[in-house]
Design a protein around this ligand. Structure first.
Ligand SMILES: CC(C)(COP(=O)(O)OP(=O)(O)OC[C@H]1O[C@@H](n2cnc3c(N)ncnc32)[C@H](O)[C@@H]1OP(=O)(O)O)[C@@H](O)C(=O)NCCC(=O)NCCS
Length: 156
C-alpha cells in the first residue's frame, strides 16, 4: 500500500502517539511525560504510518548487558484492528530486537486480554509465568517469551 510504512518513532511523533491512545482506558495508556522518556531513552518505539497517520505503535525496552528485550506496549487504533497490523508490528519489533543482539523477547499481558494472547501465541510466544495482582487494578498478568532466531533481514 502506498504510504504504508513501519518505522522508528521520534519525539516529533509525540502528539500522534498520545492521540493514538486517547480512547484507551487510563491504566492502559502513557501520558506525554512517559512517551517523552520512552522516545529519548534506551527504548525503541516503532510505529505504523498509513497516509501520514500513525495508527499503531509498539515500545521495546532494552537494558545494557542484557540480551532480553521487553515488549512494553503494543497498540493498534481500534478502526485498524483485525487486519494483521498487530502481527506485522510485532514481527518488526522482533527484527529490531534481533538487530540489537537480543536473543529473547519477553512481555506481560493481562490474563483476560484474549486478542493480545492470540496475537502472541500465533507469533510463537509461550506463557512462562502467571503473575498474580500484577496490575494496579489487581488483575493478573501472564509473562510470555519468544526465543529469537538469528535473521539477516534488515530491521527498522
Ligand atoms: C492486541 C492488538 C495489538 C492486536 O492488533 P491487531 O492489529 O488487531 O492484530 P491482528 O490483526 O494482527 O490480529 C487480530 C486478529 O485479526 C486476524 N487477522 C490477521 N490478519 C488478518 C487479515 N489480513 N484479514 C483478516 N483478519 C486478519 C487475526 O487472525 C486475529 O484474529 P483473532 O484475534 O481471532 O486471532 C489490538 O487489539 C490492540 O491494540 N489492543 C489494545 C491494546 C492491547 O491490548 N495491547 C496489548 C497489551 S499487552
Amino acid at each position: 500500500m502506498t504510504g504504508d510504512v513501519i518505522r522508528r518513532s521520534t519525539l516529533a511523533d509525540l502528539a500522534a502517539l498520545v492521540a493514538l491512545e486517547a480512547g484507551f482506558p487510563d491504566e492502559d495508556r502513557f501520558d506525554r511525560r512517559t512517551w517523552r522518556r520512552l522516545l529519548s531513552g534506551q527504548s525503541a518505539t516503532l510505529v505504523h504510518e498509513s497516509g501520514g497517520v500513525i495508527d499503531a505503535s509498539a515500545v521495546l525496552l532494552f537494558r545494557q548487558g542484557s540480551d532480553i528485550a521487553r515488549l512494553y506496549s503494543i497498540a493498534v487504533a481500534p478502526a485498524a484492528r483485525g487486519h494483521g497490523l498487530g502481527a506485522r508490528l510485532l514481527a518488526a519489533c522482533e527484527e529490531h530486537a534481533r538487530s540489537r543482539g537480543a536473543k529473547l523477547i519477553r512481555l506481560e499481558v493481562r490474563s483476560t486480554n484474549s486478542s493480545a494472547h492470540r496475537l502472541y501465541e500465533a507469533a510463537g510466544y509461550r506463557v512462562i509465568a502467571a503473575l498474580e495482582s500484577y496490575y494496579p487494578d489487581g488483575e493478573a498478568a501472564h509473562r510470555m517469551e519468544k526465543v529469537l532466531i538469528a535473521s539477516s533481514d534488515g530491521a527498522p
